[in-house]
Design a protein. Structure first.
Length: 427
């Protein structure tokens, strides 16, 4: 913090970017505020206007009144740190984030509050957070050895909260605005093979596989496998999104709610079996009410329970992080998100155009999504029909049809039915 000039009293002005700021102490309490000028002489004059009445007061109450008057903050509402999160949730300008995202944001902000209480216990208002404090906090997070991804997510969450509370807190700028992003070493989950997907789904028939809410978990896994939707969209699927008459699911993915993008996913035959079964024992709002309730609760072990299924069939769900990376936690190899990768891979291998695939699974980039809005249900149904149909004999549908065709062609005399079958296969 470079000292630029001293104003009358106990304080000094400094430059942050092109703007001058004033820092001063009154009765042991520190104040930092923008002088809203790029000219040093004007900054010194404004600093005197603030300091002289503050230092002339003879009681703590008068000091606080005079300081507030000089800073023109009497009309501004003070935001207590303890109330900041609730106020953020009530702010209409904030992103319409899903439950999991909000849970993550809250966790990061509470960590910041805990650090602040330990290092700056005197600070109780959001408006007292300076850029220097923000940088100090960011340095402390990075010093913990977290990965670039964790650091970026952490800073993004806190920065977002300050962004939407900045004016109400009387801050001239977001104290976290100068925190840059770290390099991320992203590790994508592996996709399942066709054989692995079918083995995973068939494992639910094995009585040795013990799971809480096993029936609903089986429906959840079929949703993930045959729609390519994310875990949050599958577990919070509502019956109002399922049209069994048209054999299609309408879903607005939580991750892209801000772009109001609805995806239409035709129902795979194996998924339809599970949905019909769910109808027999479920008349609730959610397709999987027990799982939805747990997912929306304070703790959601559904991801770890999904890992139990993968381990049950012998898949390695995680491995130690590579040396040289800041990542401390194990690397996820297979997870529920692997179904999404597999869905896209199956469609791609079957020759389904990528715009059709992205139209089904949803795309987070509005600029890209606009190219896919005209994909019809017909193209989407062809994509679903290209997915594995639950055959476990080792032969693909194409190979089986080839065998049928060869058998019919080997016959010396063909019936009318044989001829119609061959004609159908040749088209």
């Amino acid at each position: 913090m470079a000292k630029k000039g001293t104003a009358k009293g106990k304080g000094y002005i400094f430059k942050r970017g092109k703007i001058f700021y004033l820092q001063y102490d009154v009765n042991g309490k520190r104040f930092v505020q923008s002088l809203k000028t790029k000219i040093e002489k004007e900054a010194q004059d404004k600093a005197k206007e603030i300091l002289e009445p503050a230092l002339a007061a003879d009681t703590k109450e008068k000091v606080m009144f005079n300081v507030a008057s000089a800073r023109k903050l009497l009309a501004r509402k003070s935001i207590k740190l303890s109330k900041a999160w609730e106020l953020f949730l009530e702010t209409s300008t904030r992103p319409d984030s899903g439950p999991a995202t909000l849970k993550s944001y809250k966790s990061f902000f509470l960590r910041f509050q805990k650090w602040l209480a330990k290092n700056y216990p005197i600070i109780q208002d959001l408006g007292k957070i300076t850029e220097e404090i923000a940088i100090e906090y960011a340095d402390s997070v990075w010093a913990q050895g977290v990965s670039g991804t964790t650091f970026n997510n952490h800073m993004q969450a806190v920065k977002l909260i300050f962004k939407h509370l900045q004016k109400k807190a009387g801050l001239d700028e977001n104290p976290f605005h100068s925190i840059g992003r770290k390099v991320e070493h992203k590790l994508s989950r592996k996709e399942f093979s066709e054989a692995q997907v079918l083995k995973i789904l068939n494992s639910f028939k094995n009585p040795k596989l013990v799971l809480k809410d096993k029936e609903e978990m089986e429906v959840l896994f079929h949703l993930g496998a045959w729609t390519g939707l994310r875990l949050i969209d599958c577990v919070l699927m509502k019956w109002e999104n399922v049209n069994l008459e048209r054999n299609i699911i309408f879903c607005e993915p939580h991750k892209t709610k801000r772009v109001k993008r609805t995806v239409n996913v035709p129902i795979h035959p194996l998924l339809r079996e599970q949905l019909n079964k769910a109808l027999e024992w479920n008349n609730a709002e959610y397709v999987m009410p027990k799982l939805a309730h747990r997912y929306l609760g304070p703790s959601s072990p559904i991801s770890s329970e999904a890992a139990t299924v993968f381990k049950f069939i012998g898949l390695e769900v995680s491995k130690e992080a590579k040396k040289g990376l800041r990542r401390k936690k194990k690397t996820n190899v297979y997870g529920f998100h692997s179904f999404r990768h597999s869905f896209v891979s199956f469609c791609a291998k079957a020759g389904v155009p990528m715009p059709v695939v992205q139209s089904i699974v949803g795309h987070g980039n509005p600029a890209v999504t606009r190219h896919y809005v005209h994909i019809g249900e017909g193209a989407a149904r062809q994509a679903i029909n290209a997915l594995p149909q639950g055959n476990t004999s080792g032969k693909t549908d194409h190979q089986k049809l080839k065998i049928i065709s060869d058998i019919l062609n080997s016959k010396s005399i063909l019936t009318e039915s044989d001829k119609r079958i061959l004609e159908t296969l040749s088209n």
